[in-house]
Design a protein around this ligand. Structure first.
Ligand SMILES: [Fe+2]
Ligand SMILES: [Fe+2]
Length: 298
């Protein structure tokens, strides 16, 4: 079942209440998770990512209830890891000629996992764009090593949505989809746990990437990651909290209780207050990140 995100954009992913761990047993999950895929229906119909392999048949059946698959003009594969590319094989059996937009490394990742099937890949680089009609376009931003060599983000003009892929996600199931609907304490705890486990080793790269995105002058109205809640209200809070307030290094430590922890009745502090907050110390999580199942030359 689709859920409305903004304008002509819908969430079409999978809320996974049964997931208890990630990357093997390395990452414990206590509050569910989600694999977020998005459907854009402008003059062109675009599917942004899919879901994890075990749920691929449910995903395709749900997608068929929402649209005629043959109406999909473009598929965006922001990341080749199987929790986001897992339904491609089933989908491409139905619409084998549909173009897939992704990075060169994502082609290698996807073909490495599923074999060379002659899919219609279109390789994109940072700054490349795709017209989707109604005066809107998608702009691609390579996010190499955030957290895989193939990762990229996709920005949608008009609605100003950044589909940030794994960056800024959380392993936290939020049925009502948005950050303002989530338990604020859990949301921030899970966001920082996710950052510490998935992105922490690449934090210096993230800092430079955020600067690079800033230079593109793309106003961010919403951040839609591939796991967990969509950052709708004050979307930049997760960006600000990550590199400036919580910038980790491999040498620092993370005591989770220092993370801002608000509730619906007692929301998070304002930005000005946040600036005065002490920096959290992040513990190295290198040992908690399992080897990637696929080796790629970056
Ligand atoms: Fe990933
Ligand atoms: Fe992921």
């Amino acid at each position: 079942m689709r859920k409305h995100v903004k304008g002509n954009v819908s969430w079409i992913g999978y809320v996974d209440w049964e997931l208890e761990s990630f990357h093997g047993d390395d990452y414990s999950i206590y509050n569910g998770s989600s694999q977020n895929a998005y459907l854009i229906e402008e003059e062109k119909t675009v599917l942004v990512d899919t879901i994890w392999v075990p749920h691929r048949f449910d995903f395709i059946e749900n997608l068929k209830k929402e649209i005629d698959l043959h109406k999909i003009d473009y598929i965006i594969a922001n990341h080749g890891e199987c929790d986001h590319s897992g339904a491609l094989t089933t989908l491409m059996e139905e619409i084998p000629d549909t173009p897939i937009y992704c990075t060169a490394n994502a082609v290698r990742s996807i073909e490495g996992q599923y074999g060379k099937r002659g899919w219609n890949f279109h390789v994109v680089k940072t700054g490349d764009s795709l017209d989707i009609g109604n005066g809107k376009k998608l702009i691609f931003v390579e996010m190499r090593m955030l957290h895989w060599p193939d990762s990229m983000a996709t920005y949608m003009t008009g609605d100003n949505i950044l589909f940030s892929m794994d960056a800024f996600g959380q392993h936290y199931a939020v049925e009502e989809l948005f950050n303002d609907k989530a338990d604020q304490c859990l949301l921030n705890r899970e966001a920082m746990k996710y950052f510490a486990n998935i992105l922490n080793p690449f934090a210096p790269i993230l800092t430079k990437k955020l600067e690079e995105i800033g230079k593109l002058n793309l106003p961010i109205g919403m951040i839609a990651p591939s796991h967990g809640a969509i950052w709708r209200t004050d979307p930049l809070q997760i960006v600000e909290n990550t590199p400036s307030g919580l910038m980790p290094t491999r040498k620092t430590r993370l005591p989770l209780p220092t993370i801002p922890c608000g509730t619906a009745q007692n929301p998070l502090p304002t930005r000005s207050l946040r600036k005065s907050m002490p920096r959290a110390r992040i513990q190295s999580s290198r040992s908690s990140i399992s080897p990637s199942p696929i080796r790629m030359k970056s």
